[in-house]
Design a protein around this ligand. Structure first.
Ligand code: ADP
Length: 396
């Protein structure tokens, strides 16, 4: 029996959706509406009969979801003909209120609204997606799945910043961590690949997409992660700096009159690979690096060196490590990044096999006798959201 879930991921100007069988992970259809509210929007629907595209303007999220429902009607599969059990919504910030996915009700909406100051770019868009989906699909249960929830198991010494302790009570300042849905999914897949119970394995998971984060996962439980109060902290990303000296904000204010907003924007949108080499796309970095571009080489080196530091740190946190798991765009596809990040760590029992590492569909990038396995696992956040949504409604 199939258990279809409509997974909705609403961004500030986009709406991504997929109709997924929570049992098998098979997507009956996926789609993306981009540039919502602009003169020319773009809607692509990948259905059973191929792709359908539309460039007509889409005014707002309500119109975007209406367009999605219509696309299901026109290009399949018609929503009425598929038994949908729930709508699963990705919500970026659940603060310390949500350590698990939850059924959407008015109280949840109020709680997520209260968390907007912690995620001013993401939570309002996620909320908008929830509200319009509840209006358009009122007969289905809606479930919110939080990016932060998986990391709510961090111990206090890992999530507490060494700042005046009143900041946590007054402003919620602490580490929350993100990409939890992905870390949770690939941790489960890693245990399967190792043929072990998730409870018995220690993993370092490296999610390397446009946003990048590392997690130390002990027995299926997140014990540390690199992103913090916001997704800015930690690894070098496409356009985000990751770790830096917090004095930079004050310094730029004093020497250049930069406002907090200006520096914030620069660190989130103009830094990382883009800040160092002019582009955030890792493939382009690799092309330029191969052509001898020194900025691209430095960007690659800074990116991989930061990764190596986190691998070392989380190795120390976990004590023993069964596998290092690479996932998302760069993690899944860049053998060079994997090799550079782990190069020289043989004394920690990490042995990359250059041939397996370069194999496009190879899941094991380590040698057969490497004490620590190096795994390459495609993430599937939509499937994880669908699975979690089904669990929540089963518990009702
Ligand atoms: P998002 O965080 O937007 O979901 P993805 O997981 O799709 O991002 O990852 C996007 C990143 O992955 C980009 O920097 C892209 O260049 C990189 N990437 C995708 N394919 C490859 C590849 N074959 N080799 C190297 N990098 C790749």
């Amino acid at each position: 029996m199939t258990q279809h879930v409509l997974v909705v991921n609403a961004g500030s100007s986009s709406l991504k959706y997929s109709l997924i069988d929570a049992k098998s992970g098979a997507a009956a259809a996926t789609g993306l509406v981009e540039r919502i509210g602009e003169d020319e929007s773009h809607h692509v629907h990948h259905g059973p009969d191929g792709d359908a595209e539309n460039d007509e303007p889409v005014a707002d999220h309500e119109a975007a979801l209406e367009a999605a429902v219509q696309a299901f009607e026109d290009h399949g599969p018609a929503l009425g003909a598929v038994e949908i059990v729930a709508v699963g919504h990705r919500v970026v910030h659940g603060g310390d209120r949500f350590a698990a996915p939850a059924l959407v009700d008015d109280e949840l909406i109020d709680a997520v609204t209260e968390l907007v100051p912690l995620a001013p770019l993401h939570n309002p868009a996620n909320l908008e997606g929830i509200k319009v989906a509840r209006r358009l699909l009122p007969d289905l249960p809606h479930v919110a799945v939080f990016d932060t929830a998986f990391h709510q198991t961090l111990p206090p010494y890992a999530y507490t910043y060494a700042v005046p302790s009143s900041w946590q009570d007054e402003f919620g300042i602490r580490r929350y961590g993100f990409h939890g849905t992905s870390h949770s999914f690939v941790a489960g897949e890693a245990a399967k690949l190792l043929g072990r119970d998730l409870k018995d394995v220690n993993l370092i998971v490296l999610h390397l997409g446009n946003g990048c984060s590392a997690a130390a996962v002990r027995g299926g439980t997140s014990v540390d992660t690199s992103m913090g109060l916001t997704p800015l902290e930690g690894l070098v990303m496409g356009t985000r700096s990751g770790d830096l000296d917090p004095a930079i904000h004050g310094h730029l204010a004093r020497v250049a009159g930069r406002t907090a907003e200006e520096t914030d924007r620069a660190l989130n949108s103009e830094s990382g690979l883009k800040g160092l080499a002019g582009v955030n796309d890792f493939r382009e970095i690799m092309k330029r690096r191969a052509a001898g571009d020194e900025r691209a080489q430095l960007a690659f080196d800074v990116y991989c060196y930061r990764l190596k530091k986190y691998v070392g740190a989380y190795y120390a946190v976990l004590g023993t490590v069964d596998a290092i798991v690479f996932t998302a765009g760069v993690g899944q596809h860049s053998a060079e990044a994997r090799a550079a990040a782990l190069q020289g760590l043989e004394h920690l029992g990490i042995h990359i096999d250059p041939v397996r590492n370069a194999g496009p569909d190879e899941r094991f990038a380590s040698t057969g006798d490497s004490p620590v396995a190096v795994l390459v696992i495609p993430t599937n956040e939509e499937w994880e959201i669908a699975r979690q949504a089904v669990e929540v409604i089963a518990d009702r």
